[in-house]
Design a protein around this ligand. Structure first.
Ligand code: NAP
Length: 260
């Protein structure tokens, strides 16, 4: 299927690895030029080189912490202040117990997983509206639909972003800007490995056993992949997504038993 976005330009945040990289690759395959971001320059530059070599699009890597004002300024400068497509992403907050977290922990999580996405939408969506076309995908989590007890910081911050998007997506749709959230369940990335190693350590089992046990809780009996995720993201950024507005799209292999 031709996604109809060849020659558009996208910012994909937190994209040297994992789900962000999956989104960057799928957009590049559709002919989209990219600004990609992550904190670690080495992995980011390598990813940029590999994407250029594979898909022949322009890729500008910007090594910066996207959760800071300086990091966002750096990516916005690389974009010359405008993009057609924005994929918001950042690392997830650490797991813990509800009594563990201080005010500072909550502020940090809300900054990273809610207010960073809001700031980038506020910076880039007005230009998309003026030009009459834009796409935004916010990577959130299945925890928005089925909160995960040990991920209280994530549950809190992502619920806030979801509420914001529910309103703003409907305010910008008349101007051709389509905003949706993509909710990953378990995908085989470094993040999943670190969650599995936490379980393995706590329960005295191997990481492989922790993973196998978790796979059995998913109807597909497998984890998702960055490629699965990226393909869905690219579709939501395509011409064909014109009528999908303000949705929370769950990619979890059926793990959350929600039929409505
Ligand atoms: P990942 O494999 O750990 O990759 C994270 C990517 O984000 C890396 O490129 C990392 O590079 C970059 N990054 C992290 N913090 C950053 C920051 N502050 N500024 C810029 N770049 C940053 O993670 P993932 O599995 O792709 O997960 C992506 C998001 O989806 C996370 O928020 C995660 O909580 C959420 N999620 C994932 C799953 C899953 O199963 N994988 C499930 C539910 C939700 P640097 O470290 O070099 O910055």
């Amino acid at each position: 299927m031709d996604l109809g976005i060849k020659g558009k330009r996208a910012l994909v945040c937190a994209a040297s690895k994992g789900l962000g990289r999956g989104c960057a690759e799928a957009l590049a395959e559709a002919g989209v030029d990219l600004v990609i971001n992550a904190r670690g320059a080495e992995a980011l530059n390598k990813t940029a080189e590999e994407i250029v070599a594979k898909y022949g699009v322009n890729v500008t890597p910007v090594a910066a912490d996207i959760t800071t004002d300086a990091g966002r300024d750096a990516v916005l400068k690389a974009l010359g202040g405008q993009a057609d497509i924005l994929v918001n992403n950042a690392g997830g907050p650490p797991p813990g117990k509800w009594t563990d977290w201080s005010r500072d922990d909550f502020i940090k999580a809300i900054d990273a997983n809610m207010l960073t996405a809001v700031a980038l939408m506020q910076a880039l969506v007005p230009g998309m509206m003026e030009r009459g076309w834009g796409r935004v995908v916010n990577i959130t989590s299945q925890s928005v639909r089925t909160p995960i007890a040990i991920l209280g910081l994530s549950n809190t911050a992502r619920a806030g972003l979801t509420g914001f998007v529910a309103g703003m997506s409907r305010q910008v749709a008349p101007n051709g800007v389509i905003v949706n959230n993509l909710l990953p369940g378990i995908h085989a990335t470094d993040r999943a490995e670190s969650l599995d190693s936490g379980v393995a350590k706590a329960e005295g089992i191997s990481i492989e056993d922790a993973r196998k046990r978790r796979e059995q809780t998913i109807p597909t009996h497998s984890y998702g992949t960055a490629e699965d995720f990226g393909a869905t993201c690219a579709f939501l950024c395509s011409q064909h997504a014109r009528f999908i507005v303000g949705q929370n799209i769950l990619l979890d292999g059926g793990a959350s038993n929600i039929s409505m």
